[in-house]
Design a protein around this ligand. Structure first.
Ligand code: ASP
Length: 455
């Protein structure tokens, strides 16, 4: 059994968390392949080592002293090493690094990657696992994209069968130049490793017990989702439910490897498993989760009926393309369509974009609806089930929420509604309430009473 265990920044924040990880790794002989992020926040208001390193880089570029920053970063590693009695020469190694950083010798990527490098060095010793540098495992092209074919070769050549520990977030080009993945990319490193090693499971350890079915700040009783499919995850992550880096699902999905989100601070919690297939006899929820985002606007374009219908939308949309603006949704009517976009994407260009649409399609009218929030109600069990959207919108109506926009794709796993930002929290709480039991758990499909109202 090969399990890849990836521990995120908050899971490796200090010596106490190192101890928790040792207990988790020791508890299961399959957990011998470990990936770590750089030390994250120890408490709210604390700063992640990665962020501090970016700050060091900026100071160096502006020729401002970064001595205090480097001292703070070093101290975090020294504290861990001292508390755990580690022998890795962290003071000497860090001093060499700090000297190079001050002298401006490093690229941004190299400098920032040392966050995971030093964390991994200490963790490898503490867990008694061999350290393998990500620069010898994860291969990049010169343009900064991953080379999966060379990564596969490198992993075959350098991985140790009995287990090892690798820093996440970075890799290197053929010439050894360090390159970084996206922020939060340690999740991707773990997933790539799982794919290349043909793992049986990818465990992603973080500080929450899985994906919650709604934002707990709005729905305090929201529970972790026991199982979610890749499609559902994509829909919810897109709407801002962020636990895992979005791109981390692709390598394991391709290889058919299940991924589980687990909590380092509560390892006995089942977490959320991301998988296409249910366990036998597993009961299914009516909906999987609700997520939403503020900050959208709708640009509604009405056609002048004396002008041709053909090509009207294409020409209007070409303007958005020219401005590099992604159209997120597009509710349509007979002679009108609305392009829903993120307000931040058109912050500086809205009025010139509208002027260009006017020129391109000579519309009857263009209306801009601001301060929209979108809410996605996601669930694999929505498909073919009459009454769900009726129930949802009925409840929103009862709560006095005016729905400004509705979309649902033909795959029927997602009902998206647009509401005014001021109604955002109320709408999410109302939808959750519409599909949950008194104790806050989501109604299961096998609990539905076929005689009573649809739902
Ligand atoms: N340390 C990196 C970050 O803060 C990568 C990661 O944590 O996955 O973005």
């Amino acid at each position: 059994m090969i399990k890849i265990a990836k521990f995120g920044g908050s899971s490796v924040a200090d010596a106490e968390h190192f101890k928790k990880i040792k207990a988790i790794v020791d508890a299961d002989p399959g957990r011998r392949f470990v990936v770590v992020s750089a030390c994250g926040r120890r408490f709210s208001g604390d700063t992640k080592v990665t962020d501090l390193l970016y700050l060091v880089d900026a100071h160096v570029n502006y020729h401002v002293s970064c001595d205090d920053l480097l001292e703070d970063i070093g101290q975090r590693y020294f504290d861990i090493a001292d508390d755990l009695g580690l022998t890795y020469p962290i003071r000497e190694e860090f001093a060499k690094f700090a000297e190079g950083a001050r002298a401006g010798k490093f690229t941004t990527e190299y400098l920032v990657s040392r966050g995971e490098y030093f964390t991994a060095r200490l963790m490898a010793e503490y867990l008694g696992l061999p350290f393998i540098d990500a620069a010898d495992m994860v291969a990049f092209h010169h343009d900064g994209t991953l080379s999966m074919s060379r990564t596969t070769e490198l992993v075959k050549k350098n991985a140790r069968e009995g287990g090892f520990l690798m820093p996440g977030f970075y890799g290197a080009t053929k010439e050894g130049r360090i390159k970084l993945l996206d922020r939060g990319g340690g999740d991707i490193s773990g997933s790539i490793l799982a794919q290349c090693l043909g793992a049986d499971l990818y465990e992603n350890w973080t500080d929450v017990s899985g994906f919650l079915s709604a934002d707990p700040r709005i729905v305090p009783s929201a529970q972790p989702i026991p199982r979610i499919t890749y499609e559902e995850l994509r829909e919810l992550s897109y709407m801002g439910a962020s636990v895992l880096h979005e791109e981390a699902v692709f390598p394991v999905r391709e290889a058919g490897i299940p991924l589980v989100i687990k909590n380092t601070n509560a390892p006995e919690d089942p977490g959320t498993i991301i998988s296409e297939t249910a366990k036998e006899g597993e009961s299914e929820p009516i909906i999987t989760g609700i997520a939403g985002k503020r900050g959208f606007i709708a640009i509604a374009v009405s056609r002048d009926r004396t002008k041709s219908r053909i090509g009207f939308m294409r020409r209007a949309l070409s303007v958005f393309e020219r401005y590099g603006v992604s159209v997120e949704h597009m509710p349509t009517g007979v002679d009108q369509f609305a392009a829903v976009v993120q307000a931040s994407d058109v912050k500086d260009s809205l009025w010139s974009l509208i002027a260009d649409i006017k020129e391109e399609v000579e519309p009857l009218e263009i209306e801009v609806v601001e301060n929209l929030a979108l809410i996605a109600t996601v669930g694999r069990n929505l498909r073919g089930r009459p009454g769900v959207s009726g129930h949802l919108f009925g409840k929103l109506g009862e709560a006095g929420v005016s729905v400004r926009m509705i979309t649902q794709g033909c795959d029927e796993i997602n009902i998206i509604c647009g509401v005014e930002e001021k109604d955002f929290d109320l709408a999410i709480a109302t939808i959750y309430d519409a599909f949950c039991e008194k104790d806050g758990t989501i109604v299961r499909t096998d609990e539905l009473n076929p005689v009573s109202a649809p739902l």
